[in-house]
Write a protein that binds this ligand. Structure first.
Ligand code: UN1
Length: 510
């Protein structure tokens, strides 16, 4: 595998961060409670002050107070705030992308893409602010009308992960604001700087459009801050993105106080490659989905289920592509694979590789650490391609790193059984030019995931569709389509204009 040019120093990264934050108009809160760091060098950048329990209390109280005004602001006017945010994101796309690269290690093109996704959801939410439609329902009684009305829900607590440190916040926030909710955001501890920049731009948009200042509050801090949002009955909806382990705690705790949660948890996404697949298209789609973002998307392709007649050819093409992947500085435009987020992520990957080998798996390409001398604290690694005979416990688990397990199948039914035989259900795809196969994969008997694609990889969804998955992925839907309904409450109205009382179900009384 090729390496790219020398890595930037931690001082270079500090300079970049300062310049981006200055242009965005955000500053770093003084303190030393925790540290911003960069996976590019694995070193600390700045100390930061974390939110205290009193800050969290204050943020929720302020957001609740702001909600009382915001919910009465007409939705198209709420859309003006989101439109302004979208404009500021356009102006600062490059600054925000820099911060994402510094903190999450994303290559430039993917970091810019993440900000593009934010701009796109803002456009979507502006339109939505004029389309919060309810239905009129035929009443069984004469002179009656049934209607469904949608109202703002309240304070939304957003808990987000390091790997999409800005876009996932924007999916939730743009839609929640258009819906008349206010937001308290607890980002990942690993990405405080991009969070400061996003929150700073939204504050500016609020000032520019005359929206209440506290429509949005940011809380930097550890999991105890997130737990406050989870347990606070004033937080009407907790939208949490992260591991299934985290969701297993958040879901029941929010439910125990009859709050709502929207969970977007782990995936173990697979692609079926049928004999009729276009091989060039399949190889490109697979390599981006499996090795892109260094395997750190929740939509990353983790399992490949290939028809046995084409398995050897496809595997040798993939092996060739894997050995050519440029790994290194994500700011270098030739790099395709940046660093893993932490040494712990690298340990997790190496542990999974050792265990799957002990279970009979064969590493076909990659898996070795890179740049250990240049950046001893960073975690650069070659994406790994591993052939496995069966779906062992290691394969059925999500390892948040670039490992692609290759399995083979004979019949499509067998492929789909393998495909669905994992606890997670986020994203899936089939590469085929056979329409019957494609439609079967998309049918009720096919993929059991929230996202099912044809001739495209598992990652890189557009914001227009609803995003989320089934089973241990948590069942939530964010972003486009009618995901907005999770951010509002509906009321069913029965309006009697007949002048006499008629009971439903033909009940007579009095
Ligand atoms: C995530 O990894 O949490 O579909 C979100 C995708 C992106 C979003 C990923 N649009 O890969």
């Amino acid at each position: 595998m090729t390496g790219t040019t020398a890595l930037p120093t931690t001082d270079d990264l500090r300079t970049r961060v300062r310049a981006s934050l200055r242009r965005v108009g955000a500053s770093i809160p003084e303190g030393s409670d925790f540290r911003a760091r960069s996976p590019i060098t694995g070193e600390d950048l700045f100390g930061l002050g974390a939110a205290t329990a009193a800050d969290a209390e204050d943020a929720v109280a302020a957001a609740r107070e702001a909600f009382l005004t915001w919910r009465t602001t007409p939705a198209p006017r709420r859309g003006e705030l989101v439109r302004r945010l979208g404009e500021l994101l356009r102006d600062h796309q490059s600054d925000l992308a820099d911060l994402i690269t510094v903190e999450a290690g994303k290559i430039r093109s993917e970091a810019l893409g993440e900000v593009q996704e934010m701009i796109d959801i803002c456009d979507f939410a502006v339109g939505l602010s004029r389309q919060l439609y309810g239905r009129t329902i035929a009443s069984e009684r004469p002179g009656h009308r049934l209607a469904e009305t949608w109202h703002p829900l309240g304070v939304v607590g957003v808990i987000s992960a390091f790997n999409f440190p800005a876009a996932v916040w924007s999916w939730n926030t743009a839609v929640a604001l258009a819906c008349g909710d206010t937001v308290v955001w607890k980002p990942s501890e690993l990405t405080p700087l991009i969070s400061l920049a996003c929150a700073g731009l939204l504050s500016r948009a609020a000032r520019d459009t005359g929206a209440p200042r506290d429509v949005h509050r940011l809380l930097l801090g550890d999991r105890t801050v997130g737990e406050r949002l989870v347990d606070d009955p004033r937080v009407a909806l907790v939208s949490a993105t992260g591991s299934t382990r985290m969701g297993r705690e958040v879901g029941p705790r929010v439910a125990a106080r009859f709050g709502r949660s929207l969970l977007e948890l782990g995936g173990n996404n697979a692609a079926v490659v049928a004999p009729s697949a276009d091989p060039d298209l399949a190889v490109q789609g697979i390599v981006f989905a499996a090795a892109g973002t260094a395997g750190q998307r929740c939509t990353t392709l983790r399992r490949l289920i290939v028809h046995r007649d084409i398995a050897d050819t496809l595997v040798s093409r993939l092996t060739a592509a894997y050995t050519k992947l440029p790994i290194g500085d994500p700011f270098d435009e030739n790099t395709l694979v940046g660093p893993l987020i932490s040494a712990a992520a690298l340990d997790g990957m190496q542990d999974a590789l050792a265990r799957v080998q002990a279970q009979g798996g064969e590493i076909l390409a990659g898996g070795d650490r890179r740049l250990a001398e240049a950046a001893p604290r960073a975690a650069y690694v070659e994406p790994a391609l591993v052939r496995v005979g069966e779906q062992t416990d290691v394969v059925r688990r999500e390892t948040f790193a670039p490992i692609l397990y290759v399995l083979t199948y004979e019949t499509l039914e067998e492929a789909i059984t393998l495909h669905n035989d994992v606890p997670q259900g986020l994203s899936s795809s089939i590469f085929t030019r056979d329409q019957q196969e494609a439609e079967f994969f998309l049918s009720a008997e096919g993929s059991d995931c929230g996202i099912a694609n044809v001739n495209i990889g598992t990652s890189g969804a557009e914001i227009g569709g609803a995003f989320g998955g089934e089973k241990e992925t948590g069942g939530g839907r964010e972003s486009g389509s009618d995901a907005w309904r999770a951010y509002m409450r509906s009321a069913t109205n029965t309006i009697n204009y007949s002048g006499r009382l008629a009971l439903a179900q033909n009940v007579s009384f009095l």
